[in-house]
Design a protein around this ligand. Sequence first.
Ligand code: NIG
Ligand code: FE
Length: 418
Amino acid sequence: MITKLFRNASVFTPQDAGKPKAGADQGRIRIYERGALLCRNGRLAALGSEEEVLKGLSWDDVDLEVDLEGRCVIPGFVDPHTHLCFAETREREFSLRLQGVEYLEILRRGGGILSTVRSVRTTDEEALFRATRDRAFAAMRFGTTTMEIKSGYGLETATELKMLRVIRRIGRETPLDVVPTFMGAHAVPEEYRDRSDAYVDGILHEMLPAVVRQGMARFCDVFCEKGVFSIEQSRRILTAARQAGLGAKIHADEMHDVGGAGLAAEMGAVSAEHLLAASEKNLRAMAESGTIAVLLPATAYSLRKPFARGRTMIDLGVPVALATDANPGSSYTESMPFVFGLAVLMMGLSVEEALSAATLNAAYAVGMADRVGSLDVGKQADFLVLEAETPAGIAYHAGANPVVAVYKKGERVFGHAP
Ligand code: NIG
Ligand code: FE
């Protein structure tokens, strides 16, 4: 048994009360000004003021003692929405967008997601793994300790499975916990142009059963959007996915209000993501059903769209989580601190609300809250040491990396002790 004591830390963490934080509760966090964490075999054995934790502790039991010199400690970030598994970037398309060509117009012309599909289909598995692993380590240096990764650049069974194998390897060969999501319904592939119903049939009868049979995914996601997959098609896919034991997620109302948020609420989906154009009526339905809003402000930033109404959502009682959406098209960033800053400065979340959103609520959005997302006794000792005095420093020091050290299951996996 290995026991480590981290003392003289300024600890900020949401407290897990068994459900995602919503409404006024989203902004309530615990603070220990002069706090300590005790880790046993990678799990939190005690957390509190230094006095409390030290009381009753026998020094013979402690294998390692780290003085954090008063630095701020928060739970590791959970990034609950990424498309991290891809081969080539799309910088030329970015330049087109800067000239005013719309994201969905590029997709209609066979670019966008479809150009990443072409390169992922032809990249061999090892090269795809290496490219994804490099990005996973970049995310970890920015404080991400758990991340969801979606497939969806294959759009045919063999390549979707290749992506899901790569995603599984990221979880096995990096310190990160990885949650795999099947997203065969990310776009209609070129060979099914104007035959999207036939493609949906293929997902239902071939792709989804293969993914489930091999146990490769925990969630299923659909890009429910004008010109991509309709509400009816999304409902068919997610109903089948749920019957097969996967959790349901929806890319909902990213560009147009097609009612994706309402569908998520109706189906009792775990989360609806993006929501830039979601109607207030459907947001109320989400509050009612407890569906988590996964907000991706770096996407609005990169697409130069108005931000999702995070403040309104919290006021309506919708539990809000934050994610990067890391992908080569609409949001090329692995940085949760960047997303945190945008949420506070551009969406009107308080620092405390953003902290709950980027940790505990994000963990609920990917079904990992029993293990990660908050510094609660019994959970994994996944935490960050920041250069900042408080979590406000994450937004304050814009564009910088506030992470001094990353601890995963009690082990330092990046950075240095003070
Ligand atoms: O979440 N909207 C669909 N999917 C991604 C973008 C993927 C890409 O452009 O490669 C998103 O924005
Ligand atoms: Fe996305």
